[in-house]
Design a protein around this ligand. Structure first.
Ligand SMILES: NC(=O)c1ccc[n+]([C@@H]2O[C@H](COP(=O)([O-])OP(=O)(O)OC[C@H]3O[C@@H](n4cnc5c(N)ncnc54)[C@H](O)[C@@H]3O)[C@@H](O)[C@H]2O)c1
Length: 396
């Protein structure tokens, strides 16, 4: 792994522990004045975290410039509230972190929940992923749009950066969540771009609905590989990065009661089909049920590193491309195959499915976003699967 990608989350964790809120950490081109930490390079990540944390905690102000000397190699980092602060540093200017906000009421807390939080959304180029990306950016987050469809992710990032007046709020990054090397390379890019990560939304998912008596097992394995194994791969590599960030923040918190360990989140976009079987759609439902088993198990393991792992289980997103695409969408397919008795139009098929939901409509982006906000804001829950189904599926 690139050395800067390894050390950046440790620097970010140490700074976050002093700030109590997120920031970006970027590698500088040349050596900088400021806080200097000397490491042999032979330390394990916990010892390196302790050394970096001690130096950052000892600085008079929260340092914006931190240079690591690792076994004779110099790795300088610049840290700022956001990329505009870092750009001022880059130009030779000096910037402080604004002072920490005091105790706030819950309404104000919500307004800043996502501000400067570094997030990554897999499958972020379209559908629920796009809705989540948009909502996070609107909340003030910096978001990596991670997708197999790089062109789609790039177009969305460009659009969002334009809508935010040219401020960098979104990055496109190519990934195949079913391929470990691709996922590892993506998180290395994240560490080199922002220094770390606060929220990882594992949203990419696929569906091949077929009766098991007719299904090609290759198609079954494809669904499992993306929805189930892909989530495990994402959690492994997001977890490795978040653990480094946590170790530095935790070292600071053990040394100084005023510093806070920084909880991070991995959220799987699961499905109502992860809570209740789905007729002639076993590959999908099985992969989603399994996802909840992984969420519960990973939550127990990663709690030691301040990482919460939860799932959101949305109902059907009738207005998204999966259902509403005029050619390939499920409404058009079900009309063609006569799945809904008596339906003459796509609207008839849609009305049939809406009538199954007690709240009379499909799930949409803001419904899922509210669940994500809740899971990030609360700091006393992990390993849960939160239904967002309009009452269609209830927990028992
Ligand atoms: N659409 C629904 O009604 C619905 C309901 C409940 C849950 N969900 C879940 O929400 C998530 C998103 O579903 P959607 O319907 O918005 O999907 P979608 O098909 O509209 O979009 C999926 C995105 O994921 C990307 N993707 C696919 N395979 C990938 C891979 N291997 N690596 C990286 N990116 C990949 C695609 O390029 C696409 O941009 C899925 O996990 C799905 O199971 C969807």
């Amino acid at each position: 792994m690139d050395k800067a990608a390894f050390y950046a989350p440790l620097v970010r964790g140490a700074i976050i522990a002093r700030l109590g809120r997120p920031c970006v950490v970027v590698r500088a081109q040349e050596a900088l004045d400021g806080t200097v930490v000397t490491l042999s390079g032979a330390e394990d990540e916990k010892d390196a975290a302790a050394l970096i944390t001690r130096a950052v905690a000892g600085a008079e102000k929260v340092p914006c410039r931190v240079t690591l000397n690792v076994g004779g190699e110099t790795i300088p980092f610049m840290a700022g509230e956001d990329f505009s602060a870092v750009a001022l540093l880059e130009g030779g200017g000096s910037v402080d972190f604004p002072s920490t906000v005091g105790v706030e009421n819950i309404v104000n807390v919500r307004a800043r929940t996502m501000r400067n939080r570094v997030c990554l959304v897999t499958g972020g180029a379209q559908g629920f992923g796009e809705e989540i990306v948009r909502g996070l950016c609107e909340g003030g987050a910096i978001v990596f749009i991670a997708d197999l469809n790089l062109a789609g992710a790039q177009a969305l990032a460009e659009k969002l950066n334009g809508e935010h007046g040219g401020k960098t709020v979104a990055f496109a990054v190519e990934v195949n969540v079913g391929d470990e090397a691709s996922v590892a390379a993506m998180f290395e890019k994240v560490a080199l771009t922002t220094g770390g990560l606060d929220l990882c939304v594992s949203n990419a998912g696929v569906l091949r609905a077929q009766p098991i008596l007719e299904q090609d097992i290759g198609a079954f394995a494809f669904v499992t590989g993306i929805n189930y194994t892909g989530f495990a791969i994402i959690t492994k590599h997001a977890g490795l990065l978040m653990r480094r960030q946590f170790l530095a923040a935790d070292a600071a918190a053990s040394a100084d009661a005023a510093a806070s360990p920084w909880p991070t989140d991995i959220i799987q976009i699961n499905s109502k089909s992860g809570l209740e079987g789905s007729n002639k759609n076993g590959a999908y439902a099985g992969s989603k049920f399994g996802g909840i088993g992984l969420v519960q198990s990973f939550a127990k393991e990663l709690v030691d590193y301040g990482i919460k792992v939860n799932a959101v289980c949305p109902g059907n997103f009738f207005d998204g491309p999966l259902w509403s695409d005029p050619e390939k969408g499920l409404f058009a397919q079900y009309l063609r195959t006569g799945k809904v008795p008596g339906a003459k139009t796509v609207a008839d098929v849609k009305a049939f499915y809406e009538a199954k939901v007690p709240m009379g409509r499909g799930c949409c982006g803001p419904d899922v976003l509210r669940a994500i906000y809740y899971l990030v804001e609360q700091v006393y829950e992990t390993g849960q699967a939160l239904p967002v189904t309009g009452g269609q599926v209830m927990l028992s």
